[in-house]
Structure formats: structure tokens, C-alpha cells
Ligand binder design. Structure first.
Ligand SMILES: Nc1nc2c(c(=O)[nH]1)N[C@H]1C(S)=C(S)[C@@H](COP(=O)(O)O)O[C@H]1N2
Ligand SMILES: [Mo]
Length: 320
């Protein structure tokens, strides 16, 4: 999929009629079609239980799901941060088809009673997958609203039985030098590593993602499996995960190592704590067009009701 001039206009803001932005009702209709089309479309061949087929009550969709139209799919897959492929927003789509996706294993290790190396298919089937609409808010002050498919990371954590010493969870992502031209740049320490506190990782909103828009994840969005932590800046959601380590000590993540005064461990979306070089008070909604004003950024990206209690008593401008 190449970006058309209309796509660029949607991204960078020009006069696109609102009617051209896929409204949720159209998306729902399309999903119904995809569902009916064939069992062959089941994600990764796994038994996927779609949110559309199950009553809303059983879905993990949190209250306060974004009251915004979905970001058009073609922008979601063509405007990406995936520095292993390069720092230009178009680089990931340009190179990601070179990513070797099979065989793919994810090693879950460290402070666990049952360490295990999962084949991708096993991992995809570990829990029922469902669709959840979450806003991704990048630290660069833009956002997208995306239908993700996957399940709560907590299911995986439970399966490996964390020990009492498991205080943090570290996510290690793929390095494939033949496929990833960005690895030759020293912008970050590779592999790209992210981490969460154990209770954050176990929160039902933290999602292990295998697909978006009802399809397997495109390479540029983190195929074949990534994290989505909706209340944190996008960089906490590592793509193309190869190992998950439960550890005692707080890991130093790639972004903290690169610029510790700019990127803290927590990285909760917080309009009151500016990035040292720009404000975080508002955001540009990708695809909203020229006349859309910047939207105010919400504490915890709008998921405060669900997650604020994780940080009770913490000074969030110190623990940024
Ligand atoms: N491995 C890896 N994961 C990554 C990144 C990256 O450079 N490498 N970028 C992060 C950043 S900064 C953002 S905003 C999101 C972007 O996800 P998206 O391209 O699917 O919107 O991925 C995150 N995960
Ligand atoms: Mo980001």
C-alpha cells in the first residue's frame, strides 16, 4: 500500500471532506463482511473470537473507549515509528516486508516457575483474542485510534507463574540486520527494549496484539506480535517481540538509555508534564484534516479511571 496524495493530505492536514474519513459504522459493516467471508481469514489460523461475535460484556473494551472516528487504515499502516527500519515515518512500510516472520518464537523467562518458549501459533492461541479500540498517543504529540486484535498480557503472565521476585517485565524486540537498515544507525541501543512494572503489565488494559483492522499485524506495525499499553506514550509498546523477561530490578529501556532526561521509565500520557522540547498538552489526531483543531491530551490518554490507582501517592512529574 503506497501513500496517495490524499493520504498525505490526511496526515499533514489539508482540506479532506469529513465524509472521506472512514466512520465507525462503515468499519463495522466491513468487519461483518470480513467475518462472513471465510474461516480462512481467521487470524494466524488461530481460533479467534471476535468482539463482534461476543457480547460487549465479555469483551475487554474498557469504559471510556475513545469517542472519535477510527483513523483510516491506510494511514495506520503508512505513518509509523519503527526505528529499526529507519527514522522516516515512511521507512517502516518501505522495508517491513523484508522481515522474516517464520519461524517466530517468544521466550518467556526469568522470575517464573514455568519458563517457556512459545511458537507464535501457540502464543496466539493462549487466550481468546478480541478486538479493542484503543487510542495510541505518540510522545511526538500525534494520536491514532485503532482497532487492535489480541488479548490481555495478563493471560500470558499467569500461564508462566511469576515468582514473588518478579517486579518488572522487560520486552525484547527483534533484530534482523538483513531486513532492518536502521540497525546500522546508533540512534538507539539495539535491540529495542521496553519494560513495565509488574502491576502495569498485569493490568487488563495492557494488551498483547496480533492484529489490527481485523488482519494480522503488518510488519510496520510490529508483526507478528507486539504490545499495546494504551495509557502510556507509544514508545512503551514494543513491536515484534522475541522475549519477555520477568525480572527483579527495574530495567533500563532503550529510550531511557538514549535520553534519560527526555524519556522516563513510566511514560504515562500526561498533559501536565511537557517533554523538555515540546508541550504534551494537546495532540494532532492523524487523519482529522486541515480544519480540525488540535485536541486536548487527556491524563493517562483517557484511561485514567482504569489505571490512575496504579500510581496512587506517586509524584508523576518526578516519575515521568
Ligand atoms: N521495536 C520497536 N517498537 C516500537 C518502536 C520502535 O522504533 N521499535 N517505536 C515505538 C513508538 S515511538 C510508537 S509511537 C509506536 C508506533 O506504533 P504504530 O507504528 O503501530 O502506530 O511503536 C513503538 N514501538
Ligand atoms: Mo512514539
Amino acid at each position: 500500500m503506497k501513500m496517495t496524495s490524499r493520504d498525505k493530505a490526511l496526515l499533514y492536514g489539508s482540506a479532506i471532506p469529513a465524509s472521506e474519513i472512514t466512520p465507525q459504522s462503515v468499519w463495522r459493516e466491513r468487519r461483518r463482511w470480513i467475518k462472513g467471508a471465510a474461516g480462512g481469514l481467521a487470524l494466524l489460523g488461530a481460533g479467534v473470537s471476535w468482539a463482534a461475535e461476543t457480547p460487549a460484556a465479555s469483551s475487554g473494551q474498557p469504559a471510556g473507549k475513545p469517542d472519535e472516528p477510527l483513523t483510516p487504515e491506510r494511514l495506520v499502516v503508512s505513518y509509523n515509528n519503527y526505528y529499526e527500519f529507519g527514522t522516516d515515518k515512511a521507512d517502516p512500510q518501505r522495508y517491513a516486508s523484508q522481515l522474516r516472520l517464520r519461524p517466530w518464537t517468544v521466550s518467556v523467562e526469568g522470575e517464573v516457575a514455568k519458563p517457556r518458549v512459545f511458537e507464535l501459533d501457540e502464543l496466539a492461541k493462549l487466550a481468546a483474542q478480541e478486538e479493542r479500540i484503543y487510542r495510541l498517543r505518540c510522545v511526538e504529540a500525534w494520536s491514532m485510534v485503532i482497532p487492535w486484535t489480541g488479548y490481555s498480557l495478563s493471560h500470558l503472565l499467569k500461564a508462566v507463574e511469576p515468582t514473588a521476585d518478579a517486579k518488572y517485565v522487560e520486552f525484547v524486540t527483534a533484530t534482523q540486520p538483513q531486513a532492518m537498515p536502521g540497525l546500522s544507525s546508533r540512534i538507539l541501543d539495539w535491540p529495542y527494549v521496553e519494560a513495565l512494572r509488574m502491576d502495569e503489565a498485569a493490568h487488563p488494559l495492557a494488551m498483547l496484539v496480533f492484529g489490527l483492522y481485523g488482519k494480522p499485524l503488518p510488519g510496520q506495525n510490529g508483526a507478528p506480535v507486539r504490545l499495546m499499553v494504551p495509557w502510556k506514550y507509544g514508545f512503551k509498546s514494543g513491536k515484534s517481540i522475541v522475549a519477555i523477561r520477568l525480572v527483579k530490578e527495574r530495567p533500563v529501556t532503550s529510550w531511557m538509555r538514549a535520553a534519560p532526561h527526555e524519556y522516563g521509565f513510566y511514560a504515562n500520557v500526561n498533559p501536565d508534564v511537557p517533554h523538555p522540547r515540546w508541550s504534551q498538552a494537546t495532540e494532532r489526531r492523524i487523519g482529522s484534516g486541515l480544519f480540525a483543531s488540535r485536541a486536548p491530551t487527556l491524563p493517562f490518554n483517557g484511561y485514567g479511571e482504569q489505571v490512575a490507582s496504579l500510581y496512587a501517592g506517586m509524584d508523576l512529574s518526578y516519575y515521568f
